[in-house]
Ligand binder design. Sequence first.
Ligand SMILES: Nc1ncnc2c1ncn2[C@@H]1O[C@H](COP(=O)(O)OP(=O)(O)OP(=O)(O)O)[C@@H](O)[C@H]1O
Ligand SMILES: [Mg+2]
Length: 370
Amino acid sequence: MATRARAGAKAGMTLGVRHSPNRSNGEVPFIGLDVGYGYTKIVFEDGQRIIYPSLVAPVAVTSIDLGLSLSKSAVQVEGADYVVGEEAVQAGWRFREQYDGWWTSPTFKALVAFAARHVPEGAHVFTGLPLHVYASAAAQTQVAEVVRKGLRTNQVTVFPQGVGAFFAAIAAHPGSEEGRNAFVDIGMRTTEFVGMSNRQFLSDLSCGKVLGVTELFARVAESLTHQHERTIDPYEVDLAIQGLRPIKVQGDNLAQKVIDETIEPLLKPFAERILSEMSRLWGPGAPSFDRVIFCGGGALILKPYLSGFRGRVEFLRDSQYANACGYLHFGRWVYQRTITSNAVHHSQSEQDRQGESIQDEDMLRVGGTL
Ligand SMILES: Nc1ncnc2c1ncn2[C@@H]1O[C@H](COP(=O)(O)OP(=O)(O)OP(=O)(O)O)[C@@H](O)[C@H]1O
Ligand SMILES: [Mg+2]
């Protein structure tokens, strides 16, 4: 216990704020929150998961109110109304900003406000930032502040995104943290490349790139728009490919085959760009790493073309939730919560061993608790 308490304090000290964790009665709910550029993912300790597209459309004050304000997707942020998630795909206009620093935008705040419907007040929220902006202390403080305010909590811990995958891997495969692991988290807008040696984050062998699968959906949407003379949104393509909602043209569903045939030739060249980033960072085949592990929703669609990187690569189960699950797992681990679902039950000795390792290797420096 003492080790964990010290470890928690060290995490706080990373950002100069001492945090006093309240785990003795286990009453503070822990939440893993991954606000991705494409999808927002929330995971709970009982294994429940929530996902929605990271889409936000303002409800114009001048528009004729056809009940939008009563929509179950509507939220209010700083006095303005927004619709969030799938409903925003259909909105006449929506925010399309995808830039570093978007966590101070109305879009990000509306996504967090939407999450607040599901997250109990006062929860400890474990969340993340893309690797290429994580180094900025200002970014960490800003995102923590927005989450704290939006979710009405005082406890927010911010991680670099790809590191969430590391904790998810440990949860899924106890012991897998041993040795050298390379993680590739392929998202909608960004791809994170994370090198870990045991529990140590290798900053020289990690980087984040603005390189995500939204590029593919945008190209397919453009091509279908030309063919069908109706503006087709990249998200419509995305949802159709996942089999969640067909694209409608003149009231009829566009054949899945047409969408599949349009995206298929784009997949391999795109995957090759990711593989070449990996080779540049870690050398061809990443010879100094014991494991190469792909995750993120983008890994699902690119899977057939990623395996050629070397003899054996791995794909995390629940790939799209890897970060959110990993953040949550980290929280349970540090604060000695019993892990009850979709992960592992550590014996006490195993927990102690892990606690000592964290203490020894100073792993917690990658996570700042505000
Ligand atoms: N079953 C599936 N098959 C194919 N693709 C899928 C599946 N599930 C999710 N995806 C894809 O995952 C992508 C989103 O991945 P993810 O949620 O990891 O991105 P993100 O975290 O929002 O983006 P970023 O990391 O850039 O902020 C979507 O493009 C979606 O199509
Ligand atoms: Mg992501």
